[in-house]
Design a protein around this ligand. Structure first.
Ligand SMILES: Nc1nc2c(c(=O)[nH]1)N[C@H]1C(S)=C(S)[C@@H](COP(=O)(O)O)O[C@H]1N2
Ligand SMILES: [Mo]
Length: 315
């Protein structure tokens, strides 16, 4: 049975016209309330549609303080160095072959395994979440990701007691990805989280956006979304998730450790060595808005960093 529902993100997207600049914060909050009402229907649609279906029901726990960025902006301004260093990677990313695609789960787990992305999606089920995304370059967007909590994959992997970190690896294929022929980059793209961070409900594995499977330039067929950290932590087109004892050395640390560290939590008060992080340009608008500590997710994640104050948490 097909149940027509109003996708919550259509509401803020409709508002994301130039007029949106004049909306007060109060009316945006009103839109957020409408969005929560809309997703009450979404939850019923989820049961009917089953897992693997797009669009997935929206999880009403994740709301925005701003309109969703229209896809014509977010889908045409991407960082995906495998396909070039400009923001216009869309044409080059057409070369990314995502079918078939398997992902390996290995390292310090009960039993390593490999699983096709479609099977993984069927196993995990899908939900939609509205997340903010803050690039270290001081632009931002707000997008409706579809996916499942990373914690569910951790549970499936059954890490052993020695596992302290989760390492994420992007595909390596020089023939497909021209950027990977640039020898001075430390390919493949590697990212990492602590096991505690990976277990936080906000850490999300993404297989779709805007109610459909991920377009290539967003990191198809499966990428990470870690919305309280700078965007580079959200590694794209993953082929391997490894549970390890040592802190992974990330792609950006390998390139420039002074500027891009392991923790990379968003903090407006800690400048990048070359620019301020106090505010951000919102894609698709001519607005700059203040950047929030932990990108506005402090309530959910600040506790992860108790006792780690001596670390470079915000670089
Ligand atoms: N494999 C891979 N993952 C990546 C990147 C990349 O170049 N390669 N760029 C990162 C950066 S800097 C950002 S801001 C986001 C951009 O995601 P988007 O293009 O979907 O907006 O992807 C991150 N993940
Ligand atoms: Mo970024």
């Amino acid at each position: 049975m097909h149940i027509k529902r109003q996708r919550g993100w259509e509401i803020p997207e409709h508002l994301a016209t130039p007029e949106a600049a004049f909306l007060s914060r109060r009316s945006l909050l009103g839109a957020a309330a409408g969005l929560m009402a809309a997703s009450a229907f979404g939850d019923r649609a989820f049961a009917a549609a089953g897992s693997g279906a797009y669009p997935a029901a929206q999880n009403a726990a994740y709301t925005l303080d701003r309109p969703v960025t229209p896809e014509r902006y977010s889908g045409d301004y991407n960082n995906f160095y495998e396909f070039g260093t400009s923001k216009t990677v869309l044409p080059a990313a057409n070369a990314l072959k995502t079918d078939p695609w398997t992902i390996k789960i290995d390292g310090l787990v009960e039993k390593p395994f490999e699983i096709g992305v479609e099977d993984l999606v069927r196993t995990m089920g899908l939900e939609e979440r509205l997340y903010r995304h803050r690039c270290v370059e001081a632009w931002s967007m707000a997008v409706p990701w579809t996916g499942f909590p990373l914690s569910k994959l951790v549970a499936l992997a059954k890490p052993t007691s020695g596992a302290k970190y989760v390492q994420f690896q992007t595909f390596l294929d020089k023939a497909m990805a021209p950027g990977q022929r640039q020898f001075f980059y430390p390919w493949p793209y590697i990212e990492g989280l602590t096991l505690a961070e990976a277990g936080n409900d906000l850490a999300f594995l993404v297989t779709g956006v805007y109610g459909k499977p991920l377009p290539n330039q967003f990191g198809a067929p499966i990428r990470l979304a870690v919305p309280w950290k700078y965007g580079f932590k959200s590694a794209k087109s993953l082929v391997k998730v490894s549970f390890v004892a040592e802190r992974p050395k990330t792609f950006w640390e390998g390139l420039q450790a002074a500027e891009y560290g392991f923790w990379a939590n968003v903090n407006p008060a800690v400048s990048h060595p070359r620019w301020s992080q106090a505010s951000e340009r919102v894609l698709g608008t001519d607005q700059r808005v203040p950047t929030l500590i932990y990108n506005g997710y402090g309530e959910q994640v600040a506790g992860l960093y108790k006792g780690l104050e001596k670390e470079r948490l915000f670089v």
